[in-house]
Design a protein around this ligand. Structure first.
Ligand SMILES: Cc1ncc(COP(=O)(O)O)c(C=O)c1O
Length: 367
């Protein structure tokens, strides 16, 4: 049975009419840049995440870069980041002019290891950027304590974590949260988009200026800045999809529960949720020392499983120039991780075919 890794056509099929109507309304009013749908989406995000401000921008990468620029973190500063993550969050640190300082992951959660933060600290450290990778919340309390002790900014990379909860609260509301609405995310635009959450009124205003060529009024530009606005068309589509977000998260969690139940004796599962936490399972990442054989076997059956990510960021050519640091847990997992298909439209039969094939593959390795 064919099981694609993700099926965006199936996601949009039942929404087509609603989306066409929403797009039609934008075509009628013609306010393509920062139209009313953008502010409507921002205020819906403020309610959903319980934050004072959400500012729509062009992508998740831009969200991070603009947040750093808003805090004037740039040349001469270091930002502590995990290396087991999608590269663009780390690139955004460099694009802002700062230097990434890598920290290892906790081998259980595969997320930033608070116990390794001290090792990445220097007198140039300005911020810490945990990543809620795979939709699972990073262990924020010790990270927040570390930031408070050393007077550092806390910028959460929430690109994969809209609706993820840590100890009962949505992530992204401690200090700054950076979200992606890329088509592969749990809530997605039909193209690139993202937003930043901030608590302070003045900072929200600065971000609104930074996303808009540094403009305060038609005739006054206090900053030199790029153009990175959330498009009105995307916002209109996002407002439609937002109505379904909680159902989609429930469905992902239901699939994850089935995977967990069936595969626990065969592979290492994603981490268990701590009390009050909610993973949105933007990815279901299993681990096994014979990952490649399992992936090949799945491919033979028409099942597309992927590796997020096959090379740790500190080992990418782009970051050759940074001082190397020992990241044993990060380096160990890249050969073991495998992301199984998980999305609301995944049919139960398809999910069961994935389970059966993973079990078969593991059993045949053991014989
Ligand atoms: C962890 C992480 N950070 C940052 C980003 C950047 O988001 P975007 O692709 O919207 O620029 C992504 C997107 O894939 C991501 O997964």
């Amino acid at each position: 049975m064919d099981v694609p890794y993700i099926d965006l056509v199936a996601q949009h099929e039942p929404l087509k009419e609603e989306i066409q109507e929403a797009v039609g309304e934008v075509l009628e009013h013609g306010w393509f840049i920062l139209g009313e749908e953008v502010s409507e989406f921002e205020s819906r995000m403020e309610d959903y995440l319980d934050v004072p401000h959400a500012v729509g921008v062009g992508s998740g990468t831009d969200a991070i870069e603009l947040a750093l620029r808003m805090r004037e973190i740039g040349e001469g500063d270091e930002v502590i980041v995990p290396s087991h993550t999608w590269i663009s969050g780390v690139s955004a640190v460099s694009l802002a002019g700062a230097t990434p300082a890598f920290v290892d992951i906790d081998p259980e959660t595969m997320l930033m290891d608070p116990d390794d933060l001290e090792g990445a600290l220097s007198e140039r450290t300005a911020a810490v950027m945990p990543v809620h990778l795979n939709g699972f919340p990073a262990n924020l309390d010790p990270i927040r304590d570390f930031c408070e002790t050393h007077d550092l900014d806390l910028i959460e990379d929430c690109a994969q974590a809209i609706g993820t909860r840590y100890k009962g609260e949505p992530v992204g509301r401690t200090d700054i949260g950076c979200f992606s609405l890329h088509p592969l995310k749990v809530l997605s635009a039909c193209g690139d988009a993202g937003f930043v959450t901030v608590r302070d009124d003045e900072e929200a205003e600065t971000l609104r200026q930074l996303r808009n060529n540094g403009r305060e009024t038609r005739s006054h530009f206090p900053h030199i800045s790029d153009n990175s606005r959330l498009d009105t068309l995307h916002a209109a589509i996002l407002l439609v999809k937002l109505r379904h977000l909680e159902d989609w998260i429930d469905k992902r969690r239901e699939h994850a529960a089935h995977y967990r139940e069936a595969l626990g004796d065969y592979v290492t599962l994603p981490p268990e949720e701590r009390e009050g936490d909610r993973s949105i399972y933007s990815m279901f990442v299993m681990r096994h020392p014979e990952r490649d054989s399992i992936q090949d076997r799945l491919a033979d059956e028409g099942i597309d499983a992927k590796i997020h990510y096959p090379t740790a960021v500190h080992q990418q050519e782009a970051f050759d120039h940074l001082e190397p640091r020992d990241l044993p847990a990060t380096e160990q997992i890249v050969d073991r991780i495998l992301s199984l298909p998980i999305y609301p439209e995944l049919e139960d039969m398809q999910r069961d075919a994935v389970i059966e094939t993973v079990i078969d593959a593991v059993e045949s390795l053991e014989t």
